[in-house]
Design a protein. Sequence first.
Length: 418
Amino acid sequence: MTTFKSELREGWRDIVGAGIGLGCGIGAYTPVSSLFFRALEHEFNWSRAAATASLIALPLTAAVLPIFGLVLDRIGVRRVALASALAITACYLGLSFMTGALLQFYILILLLNVLGAGTGPITYTRQIAARFQAGRGAALACALVGIAGAGMVLPAVLYHTLSAGGWRAGYSLMALLTLGGTVVALVCIGNRKADPGRSCLEEGGLSALQAAGTSAFWCLGVAIFLVSAATIGMVSQFQSLLIEKGFSPQRAAELLSVLAAAVLISRVIVGRTLDLGHPKQVAAAVLMLAALGAAMWIGRPGTAGAIIGVLLFGFAIGAELDLLSFFIAACFGLRRYGVIYGWLGAFFYTGMAAGGLGYAVLHDRTGSYQFAIYGSVALLVVSAGLFLTLKVRGTEENGTKTQIFSSANTALNTKESP
């Protein structure tokens, strides 16, 4: 029987490569986008309405994810990642030569997000899920740390770059980082073929249509939508929420740093815990802790309470992509991982847009974030319940691991589907 230790000896380069690729891919732009926008607003006298381009990009990215997934399953990780990296490198270079036309900015930002999807989790988690079985959760978590790491390091680097060379130099640096990082990532990943045992595991999964015909698919999709809406909605307004609760801007910034640390730590802890058995219960427990963390903001917590609330809430923010990747492989196998991830990833991106909009609208209507916080707590509790309904392969029964699908999935798997 394979163990995480033996898998790690063979596949550590895949984890390193995926982490570098994710940290240098499209996920690297999100934490620094506000730095660029402030610089562009100052130079071209743009209104704040230009920021709506980022919201438009989310549903469009969700729409193209299934296409990326289909291509990924057909031609593999390396080609998709390289093509996507070349495309967003060109977008960054295009942004560095902007003349100030707002339409030009919109088009390039939309292309950046849509074409850059191939450098995100849908691509690199496919490689990890195929390479690891016993330690899949931990391996996925370690790879996804690349995004969190970029979010911690890159803002400071870009701040100094923008101060010294301006926003054009900043976009040029992003182009260099993306292309160079992707090349290094693909060299680390290499072109190693999985062993016959792993190939059998891939071929034994469900087709995309079979997966979409199961209740597990829709329960997982709705759960991911709810988690995304609850967490990203709150995070999008977090600094304003903290100030509304009586914290100074300086203390709010410190708590945001605590949140970033919680996201980083939670990825590894949650990922490894998923491998130890009872993953449904682990997922539900994580989300209930996050609900407790959000509930602490219903009142006016002191400093200690605020730190505890941020740490607990941060576990869900750091874990949602781990949970998505893990449960796709666990519930449906790897046969059509890319397409299924694309379909379920659409729930994640639309949840982000809905959560951000929901928090803003509720605050405008009520004058506070109180009802929005209640909403986050409720959504996290419901999502925890949905994870408990999933039927997972490799669950433990009577102390013995078994490779199973739910009865519905097993019936579907006896049929051939395109």
